[in-house]
Design a protein around this ligand. Structure first.
Ligand SMILES: Nc1ncnc2c1ncn2[C@@H]1O[C@H](COP(=O)(O)OP(=O)(O)OP(=O)(O)O)[C@@H](O)[C@H]1O
Length: 309
């Protein structure tokens, strides 16, 4: 599909500091590394530097210090080879711009075309396959601005697929999409992981992370914790990252049970989708989604309503 089939995707961020022109240091001394066949969540409060990190990985911003390499290459070379694909936040796109769905997806092929950007058969086939894969083929001749939020996300995912990106950066892919579309996006991401691709996903939907991410990077200007979800996406790290911004409450005893049941429920949320931890006594410091060896389906957990913070 692309000239990148021989490439082993990876991201290595080493002691990276990024500053804006106004002097704001948005990312300071950040380090983490990710390998092939990975879905990694990038988690942090508003303003913690997630988008800045993405912009750095996309070569829009240059680190003041430190280094970034993608598939073993400097960012610029990785971009030139079309190895990095980006699925933007909805706010970053001008939806009034008159462009057809298939033209947006074709943009993913530009790196494969010559100077005059004339699409060949392989490009048209790649666009068709990508649209089919996200179930948007029937919308190919619609204006992008006429689509729903979830459909727009799928079109940008199709653009990343048509490009053949081995490292895919997704900025808030679940914002403004319904649960069915979220499930479809997650299913596609799992397929891409099985193909060996590497995805870095910025998300505020804490509840769905244990369900589909195998790695987590938690940031607040710098990397507070990075590693496998089981050992990194834990209560103490989240508390450090979110502090007062995190709504955190625990129900147990008479609030939850009419008998002497010792079990309790802890809910941690910074957004519309809470993370629900089930535990006994002080056991919720273990990895979310697991309790006494059982797996709790945190991603599908119902929000606990009317709970006092
Ligand atoms: N263009 C810019 N010029 C100057 N400062 C900026 C610029 N963009 C972001 N910042 C600052 O850099 C810091 C990190 O912002 P960034 O957008 O990376 O956060 P984020 O984690 O993506 O936030 P959110 O969850 O709200 O999307 C913030 O303090 C922000 O105010």
């Amino acid at each position: 599909m692309s000239g990148s089939d021989d490439v082993k995707p990876s991201i290595v961020v080493e002691r990276v500091t990024v500053r804006y022109g106004n002097g704001v240091t948005a990312v300071n001394d950040a380090s983490f590394s990710l390998g092939a066949g990975t879905i990694c969540a990038l988690v942090g409060i508003n303003g913690s530097g997630k988008s800045t990190l993405f912009k750095t990985l996309m070569g829009f911003l240059k680190p003041a210090r430190g280094s970034v390499s993608i598939a073993g290459l400097p960012v610029r070379q990785a971009l030139k080879r079309g190895l990095v694909a980006y699925v933007p936040q909805a706010e970053e796109v001008d939806w009034s711009f008159p462009v057809l769905v298939e033209d947006v997806v074709m943009m993913g092929r530009y790196g494969h075309m010559g100077f005059l950007r004339i699409a060949g058969r392989a490009d048209r086939e790649a666009v068709e396959q990508a649209l089919a894969r996200v179930n948007m083929l029937e919308f190919r001749e619609r204006q992008i601005g006429e689509l729903s939020g979830g459909q727009r996300k799928r079109v940008f995912l199709a653009r990343a697929l048509a490009q053949g990106g081995q490292v895919i950066l997704l900025d808030e892919p679940f914002t403004g999409v319904d649960v069915k579309t979220e499930d479809a996006i997650v299913a596609l991401m799992r397929e891409l992981r099985a193909e060996g691709r590497l995805m870095l996903v910025s998300t505020h939907n804490l509840g769905s992370i244990p369900d589909f991410c195998d790695q987590v990077v938690i940031i607040n200007k710098t990397v507070l914790a990075a590693g496998p979800t089981q050992t990194t996406f834990i209560h103490d790290n989240l508390q450090r990252a979110f502090g007062g911004a995190l709504r955190h409450f625990r129900l147990g005893g008479a609030d939850l049970h009419e008998d002497a049941d010792e079990r309790h429920v802890t809910v941690i949320t910074d957004d519309e989708r809470p993370l629900v931890l089930y535990g006994r006594q002080d056991s919720e410091t273990q990895a979310p989604g697991t309790t006494n060896g059982e797996t709790a389906d945190a991603g599908k957990a119902e929000p606990v309503k009317d709970a006092a913070p």
